[in-house]
Design a protein around this ligand. Structure first.
Ligand code: SF4
Length: 157
């Protein structure tokens, strides 16, 4: 269990949401339809949610592996803020296993296998505005989960 601390990219592990404790320090993650039952010291199918000592933590919180400025036309949207820039970000790991994934090096990696960096969530809109972006997109990995749609794009102003 101690070696999991090596995976830690943020200043402190961030406890995940959408999980419940099970006997023998196992946890049941119900963030997505996979419903992983994770033993201590292991990660879920997505590699990004880990069980440490009977608690579920999210390694992706505040730790994006990809930050990029894209033209909004790259997103699957129709006439949304045309001719503007969008601030794209994504973390390591994904709860899908598509053979054709174009971002497999990120989506099938743990956060310690890619160059994820600590970016506090409250800094993200400021970074986007600094780079002339009018919107934010969570992308690169196309996870399906309960609280978020597959691709979420939000306007900043
Ligand atoms: S794949 Fe990840 S998000 Fe989905 S249930 Fe498993 S641990 Fe939770």
């Amino acid at each position: 269990m101690e070696e999991l601390k090596i995976l830690q990219k943020t200043e402190q592990l961030h406890e995940a949401a959408w999980w419940e404790a099970e006997p023998d320090e196992r946890v049941h993650c119900y963030l997505c339809p996979r419903h992983c039952h994770i033993h201590p010291g292991q990660a879920g199918f997505c590699f990004i949610r880990i069980n440490q000592s009977g608690k579920l933590y999210s390694l992706g919180y505040g730790a994006p592996a990809a930050l990029q400025v894209d033209p909004i036309e790259k997103k699957p949207l129709n006439h949304f803020l045309p001719d503007t820039r969008v601030f794209s970000m994504g973390t390591a790991g994904c709860n899908m296993g598509c053979f054709f994934c174009q971002n497999w090096d990120i989506s099938k990696s743990r956060s310690d296998q890619v160059r994820s960096q600590h970016v506090p969530p409250e800094d993200v809109p400021l970074l986007a505005l600094k780079h002339g972006c009018e919107s934010l997109a969570f992308t690169r990995r196309t996870s399906i989960s309960k609280p978020l749609p597959r691709i979420f794009t939000g306007r900043l102003r």
